[in-house]
Design a protein around this ligand. Structure first.
Ligand code: UD1
Length: 417
């Protein structure tokens, strides 16, 4: 099992190209299942979660090959309708394959998905919506058996919460349904727009992505398309946190400022200077950050829950108290106990974490137990005095491509052992 050894207090500098968004790549890969002909997916990050989606596609009978950041996918002969438990457990987002397999074959048999332990992650909204589209779904012993022998049909669906995964699952399932589907209270994340852009290039008719109501007029078939995945806004926010804790100046090439509308002001509040240009974002951090006061995670366009963990790490050494309120997932403070081992002063109660800035963190052996928590520990180690050993690197590798190499190229003292 690998660890990251990080000796903190090195200033970072330079320029980095922000990788493609994991959370866009995963639903787009599931959506390729609806198509016939070749798909060329550019800017697709090399991550274990992406590999898991490719494995599912291959298991189902599709071709999926990688050449650098490009994936070539062909789903002409979908030969199976089941996904084994071992593949479903590799990533939470495997659940978007439910709508895709069902829409393509009229049948789907798969188990409940895996993913990071960041609280209960039910799939009730996915199931309710697919039932509204005409699927007959039986749940037995952790296996979902879904049938739509005569195809799915459009429906009016209103989500009780703007779930990202449920919105994607419905968009994918409804793209080949007969008639029109409307999703009210839909998620508005940039990744939803990216999925709609991809599907529309394939011949789908999706309107309103990025707004509260999405309209999907079903079509009878979809063809393959070339599509470039958007830059990862959470990786950008994590790199901004790394710059902020080390008093550094970094240029994030490709970062899209309008995707970071709730994130940039928080860094500015803490005293960082953020300059936006067509090429990306430049962040220049002061020697010591000011507290960010209050950070509330919300569905997009609010502050993203995925950026909360790296930001708590940045708040640890800021001057003053920062209060975090985590509104999306329970259990998203698992990195906090590890941060306190490094000398952070943090109290949590339910969805609230109160971070009182301390003058310095100290290197320690810490263990990540989820993806964004891992990013928080790396961020903290970058500013800690002495050397930290961060284990649980496999979580980091679910979402950050060669993060150790990227940080080393910017001047960090980090190596994987
Ligand atoms: C996606 C992202 C994840 C991000 C999250 C919120 C991917 C691959 N993952 O996860 O990185 O943290 O959005 O921005 O894109 N819920 C239900 N029932 C459901 C579905 C969701 O109760 O059927 C709840 C969840 O438990 C959670 C909230 O809704 O409390 C948000 O979940 P959702 O938006 O669905 O997140 P994911 O799609 O799993």
């Amino acid at each position: 099992m690998s660890k990251l050894l990080i000796t903190g207090r090195q200033r970072l500098s330079g320029e980095v190209c922000v990788q493609g968004a994991k959370n866009s790549a995963l639903p787009v890969l599931a959506a390729t299942l609806l198509t016939k002909g070749e798909n060329v997916i550019f800017n697709c990050p090399s991550l274990s979660d992406v590999d898991a989606s490719c494995e599912i596609l291959r298991y189902l009978g599709c071709e999926a090959t990688r050449s650098d950041q490009t994936l070539l996918i062909r789903c002409d002969g979908v030969a199976r309708t089941d996904i084994p438990d071992s593949l479903m457990r590799k990533t939470r987002s495997s659940i978007v394959f439910l709508g895709a397999v069902l829409a393509r074959t009229g049948r789907a048999r798969l188990s409940f998905p895996g993913g990071c332990e960041i609280g209960p992650r039910p799939i009730d909204m996915h199931l309710k919506a697919l039932r509204a589209l005409g699927a007959d779904i039986r749940e037995q012993h952790g296996v979902l058996d879904c049938r739509a022998p005569y195809g799915l049909r459009g429906a009016k669906i209103s989500l009780s919460f703007p779930s990202v995964g449920a919105t994607e699952d419905i968009m994918i399932a409804a793209a080949l349904a007969s008639g029109t589907t409307t999703i009210s209270n839909a998620a508005r994340e940039p990744e939803i727009c990216d999925l709609a852009d991809y599907l529309n290039k394939c011949g789908a008719r999706i309107d309103g992505a990025g707004e509260g109501v999405i309209y999907i007029e079903g079509v009878s078939s979809l063809h393959g398309a070339a599509h470039s995945i958007i830059p990862d806004r959470i990786v950008a926010a994590t790199l901004m946190s790394c710059a902020a804790v080390t008093g550094s100046e970094l240029t994030l090439r490709g970062a899209v400022s309008r995707h970071l509308g709730a994130v940039i002001p928080v860094f500015e509040e803490s005293g960082c200077r953020v300059t936006v240009s067509e090429q990306g974002i430049r962040i220049s951090a002061p020697r010591r950050l000011r507290s960010m006061r209050l950070v509330r995670t919300m569905p997009y366009p609010g502050f993203p829950t995925d950026a909360q963990a790296p930001l708590t790490a940045a708040a640890c050494t800021a001057d003053g108290t920062t209060v975090f309120i985590e509104n999306i997932f329970e259990n998203r403070y698992r990195h906090i106990a590890e941060l306190t081992r490094m000398g952070a002063s943090i109290r949590t109660e339910g969805k609230v974490a109160v971070v009182e800035g301390v003058p310095a963190l100290y290197g320690a052996s810490v263990e990540a137990t989820d993806l964004r928590g891992a990013a928080a520990l790396v961020t903290a180690a970058l500013c800690a005095e002495g050397t930290s050993a961060v284990s649980g690197v496999r979580y980091l590798e679910r979402g950050y491509e060669n993060f150790d190499i990227v940080l080393r190229s910017l001047g960090a003292d980090i190596r994987k052992v």
